[in-house]
Write a protein that binds this ligand. Structure first.
Ligand SMILES: C[S@@+](CC[C@H](N)C(=O)[O-])C[C@H]1O[C@@H](n2cnc3c(N)ncnc32)[C@H](O)[C@@H]1O
Length: 258
């Protein structure tokens, strides 16, 4: 399973990097990233691990804010891209190919902060990853991780019931969101599309889990919850009319207190 996931990310690496385009999509910049940044707090001179960094735009952002950043990803291709982009921008980041299910290159008690942005919903090993995050954090260190909100995730059985297209935004109006089969924890595949609407070369595997599963995994690993957030769009852009009605992302801040 883990090999299959890694191979999919290798084959999707170029399409994914081009979609992220060094800055993330509008959903990232207008909804998720401001919330993650608030939860991370001041990163100046902190040892920060970006776990599942992708093409590395968040690693670069927090390195530019003064953090001492290590970026890991299971995909060699994405680590190569992240390294190239950080060198191009003159940002110092330590890069490693590693797997969050078992981080062989990371010693115990090494980091003040871990960010794992939109990664845990792509791994089969939630409990192991959580325990690994706990192992590599210093006491008092924090983990901030985000997922697509599992109650309102339209890649799975839930979906928007759509009305007519709004000519101003070119998006169809959402009538209501249908939540279905929330309790059925399962794996599913979804093809992402590039900005031109073409499919990525490979589907991406997602693991649907309930919110209870995430909270219980946090506790089992020994973390304490500091904050749970369901971020809303930061402005009144009409484009986000649907995202103002239900949460698109869920973000957790937890601490290793012993
Ligand atoms: C949706 S992307 C998010 C990337 C980045 N955090 C961001 O916000 O742009 C998921 C990332 O997780 C990585 N990934 C998947 N499974 C992983 C694992 N077991 N260990 C480390 N990284 C993994 C993928 O290669 C991919 O880069």
């Amino acid at each position: 399973m883990e090999d299959r996931i890694r191979e999919q990310w290798e084959r999707n690496a170029e399409a994914f990097s081009s979609l992220i385009d060094g800055k993330g999509t509008p959903h990232h910049s207008k909804i998720l990233n401001p919330c993650v940044e608030r939860l991370l707090g001041d990163v100046m001179n902190k040892k920060l691990l970006d776990a599942g960094c992708g093409e590395g735009y968040l690693a670069r952002y927090y390195a530019m804010k003064g953090a001492n950043v290590t970026a890991i990803d299971v995909s060699q291709q994405l680590i190569r891209t992240s390294k190239r982009l950080s060198e191009q921008e003159g940002v110092k980041i330590e890069h490693r190919v590693d797997n969050i299910c078992q981080m062989n290159t990371i010693p115990d008690n090494a980091f003040d902060i871990i960010i794992s942005n939109l990664v845990l919903l792509n791994v089969p090993c939630l409990d192991n990853a959580m325990k690994e995050f706990h192992r590599v954090l210093k006491i008092g260190g924090v983990l901030v991780f985000s997922i697509v909100h599992p109650a309102f995730n339209f890649y799975g059985p839930g979906s928007w019931e759509m009305g007519e297209k709004n000519p101003d935004t070119n998006r169809r109006v959402g009538l209501y969101f249908k939540v279905d089969r929330y309790f059925e924890e399962e794996e599913y595949e979804h093809y992402w599309k590039n900005k031109q609407g073409e499919r990525f070369p490979e589907p991406i595997i997602f693991f649907h889990r309930t919110l209870s599963t995430y909270f219980n995994s946090i506790t089992r690993a020994g973390f304490h919850l500091i904050e749970f957030a369901e971020p809303q769009p930061i402005d009144n852009d009409e484009f986000f009319d649907r995202e103002r009605r239900i949460p698109f992302f869920a973000v957790f801040k937890v601490m290793k207190s012993e």
